[in-house]
Ligand binder design. Sequence first.
Ligand SMILES: NC(=O)c1ccc[n+]([C@@H]2O[C@H](COP(=O)([O-])OP(=O)(O)OC[C@H]3O[C@@H](n4cnc5c(N)ncnc54)[C@H](OP(=O)(O)O)[C@@H]3O)[C@@H](O)[C@H]2O)c1
Length: 274
Amino acid sequence: MTILVSGATGTVGKHVVEQLVNKKVQVRAVTRNPKKANFPEGVEVVVGDLMSPKTLISALQDVTAIYLITSSDQVDATLETDPQIVELAEEAGVKRISLLTVYGDGPVEQAIKNSHLEWTFVQPVGFMANAIDDWQESIQKEGAVCMLGGENRTAIVHEADIAAVFVETLLGDKYHGNFYTLTGPEALSAIEQVEIISKVIGKEIKFKELTEAQARNRWQEIGLDEESIDFMVQMSNNPPEIGYTVLPTIECITGHSAKTFAEWAHEHKKHFIK
Ligand SMILES: NC(=O)c1ccc[n+]([C@@H]2O[C@H](COP(=O)([O-])OP(=O)(O)OC[C@H]3O[C@@H](n4cnc5c(N)ncnc54)[C@H](OP(=O)(O)O)[C@@H]3O)[C@@H](O)[C@H]2O)c1
């Protein structure tokens, strides 16, 4: 059995690769930059672009199942996976797709539902790893986190737990046709997350709540467009219920309890120490 892992160098994808390798499953990892990628021994590396699915035709041969992403959070990547990948997967004889979905109802989701493939859609809420992207620099340089909406709670989820769910759905027979929302085990505010990181690194981290105008300025400074800024403000003023409602899905599917943010912070503390 060979599993094709897209987004294999991403926050979740790298855990999917590692966990499949640990289970002795043959992994074919997709990347646009094989020179930058660093995969475990035995992983077959293929070059491909999800926005040009024909670049993956040969990579799809002899594949049983695909871990598929539809978009990227990386600032330097524009990714909207072309739904043609689904047709090409069917033609190649792929049996199953497990999709990391963001909104649940885009063109890739439609193409999968219209296909004969077995499918599972997995929709995680915010990743614990966002703490690195969002706060690493200011914690290291200023010992502070400044943001809008510090009291809003999110049931942030550990990336390895998301990957563990994918491994089950890629390898197991009983998940076809299901849509799973994944959360961590507790809904934490940003202020509480910062307190946990502070405790783990043994250093005070100040939290400063920004006004909406200050937050808008900061987002403009880093080059976000007005539409994205309005979206971020709306999310801060009116966080959606799905983001803070704790669900037992990870434990139900993997058989182990979802990891806490304190565990995540211990594993990643080097990112917050200068
Ligand atoms: N951060 C969150 O809180 C959050 C919450 C819910 C859902 N999500 C979604 O979760 C998904 C996975 O996130 P992640 O953090 O694991 O990945 P990520 O860091 O957002 O995305 C990077 C991955 O996407 C690949 N990629 C980017 N453009 C590509 C293209 N044109 N063709 C092929 N591969 C491409 C990159 O591969 P190479 O650079 O190696 O080619 C890399 O492996 C994303 O869709 C994200 O939107 C994120």
